[in-house]
Design a protein around this ligand. Structure first.
Ligand SMILES: Cc1ncc(COP(=O)(O)O)c(C=O)c1O
Length: 357
């Protein structure tokens, strides 16, 4: 008897940034764009409260949806909660894609768009970035009658760049209406540039656009796995059919509510990020390491003109217990990604930079 044969998709799986170094206790992890300051103290209080662990959570996540709806003035029926925004991306792909459908993603963009698309049988077309930015024109060129979804992360991971609100509106206006546009707002809370607007602000009312948001970045809850999506009621209802009934835990839901309500903590994170993105940008540039001016909480560093190449730099930092993200799976040459850490972590990074570069 032969063993059952699973579907075998021919794709590269996601490889996360390193989080451990052998024999090193508590390395400084600046490789995964996690929050510099961690969760709000109000979220930490939740873990001290009594939670009835034997009971299933509320499968409809009503409490968190209400808090989101109130904070952003959104219709509750248009919100869906996921185990990370990652799950929202996966569910949207499951709901919309069939074999041989086409999806368009930027060549240098978050890997899960292509992975979930391919897992659902779709063919991925890669649009070229122009000046390291998502290009509306390059994307439109790839549209065909088979295109089902266009993904954009704004700001984009890993390039750290963004397109302004006019460009994002132009993208939607130039895509045929039947194409689903997914705007990933994962880092939107960090952006302070005047010409930027998040997907949620630009598209509160369309019949063909989904926005996804996460609690993993500015809210400091990556470990809890919470994200959410917003879109037309009819589409959210369909995506909900694919959602596992208890996809996020009760404690995650409570934590999400507390995180969203703590405006003081969000502001503090933005201020910390603003301060350190300037300091780090200046110092990095001084060392002939090229980087785009960041708008989110990370930098993409290119080492073409620096004293060491990216492999050497990776090792130098690792030997000093600092983990950066290599860009192999993104196929970006001679580059590393650096996340803005807390004060102590950033200072250690700068010390090593000064010593070696
Ligand atoms: C652009 C982008 N979208 C989504 C995610 C996934 O976030 P989550 O932890 O909510 O699944 C990431 C994580 O790094 C990201 O960079």
């Amino acid at each position: 008897m032969s063993a059952p044969k699973p579907k075998l998709p021919n794709i590269d799986l996601y490889t996360a940034g390193l989080s451990k170094i052998r024999k090193v206790k508590d390395p400084i992890k600046l490789s995964a764009n996690e929050s510099a300051l961690g969760p709000s103290p109000k979220v930490l209080d939740i873990f001290k409260s009594n939670v009835d662990l034997k009971k299933y959570p509320d499968g409809s996540n009503e409490t968190l949806k209400k808090v989101i709806s109130k904070k952003f003035n959104l219709n509750i029926d248009q919100i869906i909660i996921g185990a990370g925004s990652d799950e929202i991306i996966s569910l949207a792909c499951q709901s919309f894609l069939s074999k041989n459908d086409e999806v368009i993603v930027a060549e240098q963009s978050f890997l899960m768009y292509r992975i979930y698309s391919q897992l659902n049988g779709a063919v991925v077309k890669f649009s070229k970035n122009v000046d390291d930015k998502f290009s509306v024109d390059e994307t439109i060129k790839l549209v065909s009658t088979k295109t089902k979804i266009v993904f954009i992360a704004n700001p984009n991971n890993p390039t750290g760049t963004y397109i302004d609100s006019e460009q994002l509106i132009r993208l939607r206006n130039n895509l045929p209406e039947h194409i689903l546009l997914m705007v990933d707002d994962a880092y939107s809370e960090y952006v302070t540039n005047n010409d930027y607007k998040s997907g949620l602000e630009i598209f509160p009312n369309t019949n063909n656009t989904i926005i996804c948001r996460t609690f993993s970045k500015i809210f400091g809850l990556a470990n809890l796995r919470i994200g959410w999506g917003f879109g037309p009621k009819e589409i959210i209802e369909v995506i909900n059919l694919f959602r596992p009934p208890f996809n996020i835990s009760g404690i995650a839901e409570k934590a999400g509510c507390a995180a969203l309500e703590d405006d003081f903590w969000i502001k503090r994170n933005i201020e910390h990020n603003e301060k350190w993105k300037e300091i780090l940008f200046k110092k990095i540039k001084e060392k002939n390491i090229f980087t785009n001016k960041p708008v989110a909480n990370f930098f993409l560093l290119n080492f073409d003109f620096a004293k060491y190449n990216s492999e050497e730099a990776f090792k130098i930092f690792m030997e000093r217990k600092i983990l950066l993200r290599n860009m192999h799976s993104y196929n970006i040459k001679n580059s590393l990604r650096l996340t803005i850490g807390n004060e102590e972590e950033n200072k250690k990074f700068l010390d090593v930079l000064e010593e070696f570069f």
